[in-house]
Design a protein around this ligand. Structure first.
Ligand SMILES: Nc1ncnc2c1ncn2[C@@H]1O[C@H](COP(=O)(O)OP(=O)(O)OP(=O)(O)O)[C@@H](O)[C@H]1O
Ligand SMILES: [Mg+2]
Length: 258
């Protein structure tokens, strides 16, 4: 594994009863890579994220992160090593004020080590992060209970929660689902900028037009199997990918210009 490699997934597999949700998947990320992951519903995308982040234990295969074997480790440990994720179905503390949801990652072992600081300052850091996500600090929105916020805000809150961990690897599982066009237009440049500043990113997304504008590379899953990997144009030219999407109502855009 070269020094540049941040994540290496080898022969990763998970079966639920008889269903192979993820089957023998291999891929590698170098530091700073921006990988898109696509595939029809039920293709195994979320399961792949769960396997990498420790929410589901693999039936076979390995996950190596930053040179360490993290296969089967607990989500908390993997997060502390610098892997942050967002959830397709957001998991937040709905009864807490929105900004308080960021206090848990801000108090993590990882952030305490990286940033230090006093507990009182964490509220300010949380408000700053939310302000970046469009929760205006001068409004009462950051202080409202998370459960009272519209869906698009919850998705952005979940992103802020993931970023609060100061991750080395950020995994976004359908972040844009349920967001308005305006919200996507606000968030996409933030993610793009973080990636150009060196944050390695995996983005699972059904909104291919937006995805292809920012990623360098795309991996396609179908029935748990990796069926293609390459530039957006390369994968969308693959007959197997076209077949996988046959009958699915999806517009196939071109990738970002070279
Ligand atoms: N906890 C579970 N128990 C049993 N089966 C599961 C479980 N999680 C996922 N599966 C099955 O594994 C397969 C892959 O599901 P997964 O959620 O990973 O797909 P996905 O690509 O994320 O789909 P979507 O685009 O709809 O989010 C599906 O057949 C699903 O029903
Ligand atoms: Mg999913």
């Amino acid at each position: 594994m070269s020094a540049e490699t941040l994540l290496k997934v080898e022969g990763l597999g998970k079966s639920f009863g008889g269903v192979m949700a993820v089957s023998n998947v291999d891929f590698e990320l170098k530091r700073g890579d921006f990988l898109g992951v696509i595939g029809p519903n039920g293709a195994g995308k979320t399961t792949l994220v769960n396997l990498i982040t420790g929410f589901v234990k693999p039936s076979r295969g390995k996950v190596i992160f930053n040179g360490k074997d993290i296969t089967g480790r607990k989500p908390y440990d993997i997060a502390n090593m610098g892997v942050a994720r967002t959830f397709q179905m957001v998991r937040l503390f709905h009864n807490m004020p929105a900004y308080k949801n960021l206090i848990i990652p801000l108090c993590s072992q990882r952030v305490r080590k990286l940033r230090g600081g006093k507990y009182g300052e964490r509220d300010d850091v949380a408000i700053d992060l939310l302000d970046d996500m469009g929760f205006e600090r001068t409004s009462n929105v950051p202080y409202k209970t998370a459960g009272s916020l519209p869906h698009g805000y919850l998705k952005r809150l979940d992103l802020a929660r993931a970023l609060a961990l100061r991750p080395d690897l950020l995994i976004l599982d359908e972040l844009f689902s349920g967001m308005s066009m305006a919200e996507v237009a606000g968030v996409l440049p933030i993610i793009e900028k973080l990636n150009t500043q060196g944050l390695t990113t995996i983005m699972i997304e059904h909104r291919l037009r937006e995805l292809f504008r920012v990623v360098d590379r795309v991996m396609v899953l179908n029935f748990g199997v990796k069926i293609a990997e390459g530039s957006p144009d390369q994968v969308m030219d693959s007959d197997e990918v076209k077949k996988a999407y046959l009958g699915v109502d999806v517009e196939i855009p071109r990738g970002k210009p070279a």
